[in-house]
Design a protein around this ligand. Sequence first.
Ligand code: GMT
Length: 374
Amino acid sequence: MRIGIVCYPTFGGSGVVATELGKALSKNGHQIHFITYQQPPRLDFFNENVFYHEVNIPSYPLFQFPPYESALASEMVNVVLNENVDLLHVHYAIPHASAAYMAKMILRAQGRTVPVVTTLHGTDITLVGKDASYEPVVTFSINESDGVTAVSEDLRRDTFRHFAIKRDIEVIPNFIDLSRFQRQQKEHFKKAICPNGEKLIVHTSNFRRVKRIDDAVMTFYKVQKQIPAKMLLVGDGPERARIEKLCRDLGIYEDVRFLGKLDAVEEVLSVADLFLMPSENESFGLAGLEALACEVPLITSDAGGLPELNIHGVTGFLSPVGDVNDMVKNALFILEDENLPTFKKNALERAKEFELSKILPLYEAYYERVVQET
Ligand code: GMT
């Protein structure tokens, strides 16, 4: 198939899923046309089946807010016509689903039909999308998509709860490429960070409020009062300065390292003993899956789709959102030398259930179905 993929060119979440999906589809012989305002960071390889179309947004003094959605819809129209695209797959509803609807209508007026698949990723539903400023457009563009997928059962339920949806939503979870995300020998790195055999606790995120990084830091603070431990924080975002201050105030700044936006996150995970994800809301938790693939057990909240990823008592533990003391108790249990190897083994076994080779055919079959039904 010839598939147009629209996404945010971001380091995490929906951008990574969209880019990795496109790369995998191209390796399976599909022709993939990425349509974004910037080269996605993970689009770092050459394949004869991959094309990149940049959305150009001309500026004009009148525009306080450049009309990105119009520029994106126009680029979708051009790519469909010039590249003979069979299907558009847009990731993250806002504003991609409504821009796709606009493109579809423009093409229809020219006698060209192109089905649109929208994948809901999380905050487009649970946080931003349900805001009254966007809700009517999100509801309409989900209903008008020819196919809709959500990354977890919980997100599917939430979508029906928050919006007047009159169509089916297919659940296709996040996936992991185990050839990239696997535990590597990085003992020198571990020794440099934990010279005295301390346990290493990791958190990666986009440092937004929804991630509750305070809870991650407080959990670490209380754990390292009982056992020697260090913490690595990967990623960057609006919460970073506040979290750095919290670490200084707690007197643990020397034990917590902020690594910023690091692409090779699998190298950090390779030396980790425990991953913390205390999010307020998390539709799936791709960062948690990346940790599991590198044999790192999880301490997560029980929010959103996290119970669909993290199996309580097997791959780690789930705690109520904000219950730091429960997270500390569970972290100390996992980190005991007699428990850690079992949790690590279980982590990898769980990650295998989301292997790319298992999830990719679900998307391919869904595309086929949508094309046939359109
Ligand atoms: O984690 C984020 O805030 C980024 C966000 C995104 O859309 O870029 O991630 C969401 O999509 C991921 C991929 O489907 C999911 O694994 C994340 O759980 C989800 N984030 C939230 O729901 C907060």
